[in-house]
Write a protein that binds this ligand. Structure first.
Ligand SMILES: NC(=O)c1ccc[n+]([C@@H]2O[C@H](COP(=O)([O-])OP(=O)(O)OC[C@H]3O[C@@H](n4cnc5c(N)ncnc54)[C@H](O)[C@@H]3O)[C@@H](O)[C@H]2O)c1
Length: 255
């Protein structure tokens, strides 16, 4: 069987850790030329090294997806190097606790800047290059928190609902240009982001249990399980799929 992403040039944001890293490694195995984008040089380099150790094709671009000039620079460097762009995975994201009273304005602005404006900016500058390449696929990583409200994370809930809406809206706007935009809603997945929440809690073991057992499958997801869904939406196996919202959440959002 041929590789699913042979010679496709893919930008993956937040690819230095967790779901983004697993996606970058899977894409490289499937033959993609992977552009690892992260704002953290050490994490980004780790992903690139892991791909290269397995004879994959990866380059690192340091970029903060919430900054317009960084995103423009990221797209220019990608096209200068590879001559085209086929896939964009908007995965970079941050989390802050807090309800509408306790969250600071900085928490609110930071979460929206990375999780929502970052997705907007990356699509804004990548889609024109994908159109020049004859079309392409965008996969935006939202969350179960974009489908149902979860307590004490108001900014995150709002940012991820925004990503769902932004994905559907952009799917309609660029369907005629052969750009497929879709969205994935992971459930709680054991990544460094979630490890940080667990380790900073008062009773990490109890928190780990609670965070695992609040859904029908009674466990957290693995980054590779989310990456498999991202691969499907990004690949030619989903040619008739646009504006879809794919939940991979152990049943958390099943009504
Ligand atoms: N882990 C979960 O339970 C879970 C559940 C649902 C959705 N998600 C979403 O999946 C995505 C990945 O989450 P994760 O758990 O793998 O996180 P993570 O913290 O392990 O990795 C996120 C990566 O993004 C990078 N990053 C953060 N802000 C950035 C910015 N402004 N510009 C560029 N890079 C930036 C970080 O340096 C890091 O390498 C996020 O959008 C997150 O909201 C995660």
């Amino acid at each position: 069987m041929g590789k699913k992403l042979a010679n496709k040039v893919a930008i993956i944001t937040g690819a230095g850790s967790g779901i983004g890293q697993a996606t970058a490694i899977l894409f490289a195995k499937e033959g993609s030329k992977v552009v690892v984008v992260d704002r953290d040089p050490e994490k980004g380099s780790e992903t690139v090294n892991r791909i290269k150790e397995n004879n994959g094709d990866a380059t690192l671009i340091l970029s903060d997806v919430s900054k317009d000039s960084d995103v423009q620079d990221m797209v220019k460097k990608t096209v200068d190097q590879h001559g085209r762009l086929d896939i964009l995975v908007n995965n970079a994201g941050i989390f802050r606790e807090g309800d509408a009273v306790k969250a600071t304005e900085a928490d609110w602005q930071d979460v929206l800047a990375v999780n929502l404006t970052g997705v907007f900016l990356c699509m804004k500058y990548c889609i024109p290059e994908m159109i020049k390449s004859g079309g392409g696929a965008v996969v935006n990583v939202a969350s179960e928190a974009g489908l149902v409200a979860i307590k004490n994370q108001v900014a995150y809930n709002v940012s991820k609902s925004g990503v769902v809406a932004l994905s559907k809206s952009t799917a309609l706007d660029f369907a005629a240009d052969n750009i497929r935009v879709n969205c994935i809603c992971p459930g709680r997945t054991l990544t460094p982001l979630v490890e940080e929440v667990i380790n900073s809690s008062e009773n990490p073991e109890a928190t780990r249990r609670t965070l695992s057992e609040d859904r029908p499958l009674m466990r957290m997801g693995k980054p590779e399980e989310i990456a498999a869904g991202i691969l499907f939406l990004a690949s030619d196996e989903a040619p008739y799929t646009i504006g879809a919202v794919l939940s991979i959440d152990g049943g958390y959002t099943v009504p």
